[in-house]
Design a protein around this ligand. Sequence first.
Ligand code: ATP
Ligand code: MG
Length: 419
Amino acid sequence: MNDLLPDQSPVWQYFERQVRALMGRYGYLEIRTPILEQTALFKRSIGEVTDIVEKEMYTFEDRNGDSLTLRPEGTAAVVRAAMENGLLHNQTQRLWYTGPMFRHERPQKGRYRQFHQVGVETFGMDGPDIDVETILLSARLWQQLGLMEHVTLELNSLGSNEARAAYREKLVAYFEQYADTLDEDAKRRLHSNPLRILDSKNPDMADVIAAAPQLLDHLDNESREHFDKLKALLDAAGIDYVVNPRLVRGLDYYNRTVFEWTTTALGSQGTVCAGGRYDGLVEQLGGKPTTAVGFAMGVERLVLLLETLELVPADVNHTLDAYIMAFGDAAEREALLLGEQLRSALPQLRLQVHCGGGSFKSQVKKADKSGATLALILGEDELTRGSVGLKYLRETRDQEELDRSALIEHLTSHLSRIA
Ligand code: ATP
Ligand code: MG
């Protein structure tokens, strides 16, 4: 679990600003749910025989003896909240969320025990138009961030529950022929959750998995039609994709459309966004049958990708415009007041007033370190003359002295020049 330090938060805020604005542009509304839920919610939705529920959840008993779990993902909680609050009754919903998720995994680059996701969940629309909308929304984010040429969209269809059940029998029969090559996880899952074996990253099983029967060849007609329409819509929108018949996703609630955006720039932690359709989940959790589709993206991986590819705009780390220095009691008092005056007059100005006194040399050092482009100087002389000294911190330009009344105008033009 990581601390997010002040030198990293500007990139996160840049990413979050882009996301928030984007969601607004598609008419998605934000939902915030608690970080804790009843353990049973995750077991019932994600599935008992999944990596998350078998070995990754942070689960504990509270003082009443209730079993609670730090949320490992967002979908289950959003469905619970939407059901409890009547958001799914005779209406459609387009929701988004962001926040920390918790999984007890082996920490490594791009994989942490507390990580952050941005996700969307939509309800009450059968698709494939809404499936495509969620993909277009994510694609627009990649475009805005400059990531589009570095990510690939992988698609698959898991079909209906019935088609999957029939396929499952074929798959079990196939894998039973190769029992020797299966690893421990795969053996354990052969009868409880054989589709998950397709998801294995074990290179020793790669050949057997590659030759396994494919779900895409066993789809029911409606799912086949849904998938064909989905691909046609993506073609029309100019979104490239790769059909990956082995894409099954690590959670049990998906049916029909599943997709992942992957990158080769982050080593084995290559999936930056993943989602799909989960038409059965609301009913499974006790609600009326409600179709649904959504995705979740990993914020740490996306920030890492932006940094690795040097796609963070330079001005993201520029967090201050001006720094006021003051020398002597009277000037220090005046500096605080001037700071407030300037903030009232220029709401876009990012200004810090030096606190704690010190020599000219030490204050200039702090001003320089602050990243500001301009230092305003208030000493005894300036006070008597009703003026302010101006020192340009990022250009070779002589110090100036300005009448207080001309200051706001000067700062305005300085701001527009550096913007
Ligand atoms: P993976 O196969 O990488 O374990 P997953 O299938 O478990 O991913 P999801 O549950 O679909 O992942 O979560 C969606 C996204 O959240 C992932 O694509 C990834 O970007 C991010 N993510 C998942 N687990 C972690 C983690 N432990 N640390 C950082 N990001 C994560
Ligand atoms: Mg995982």
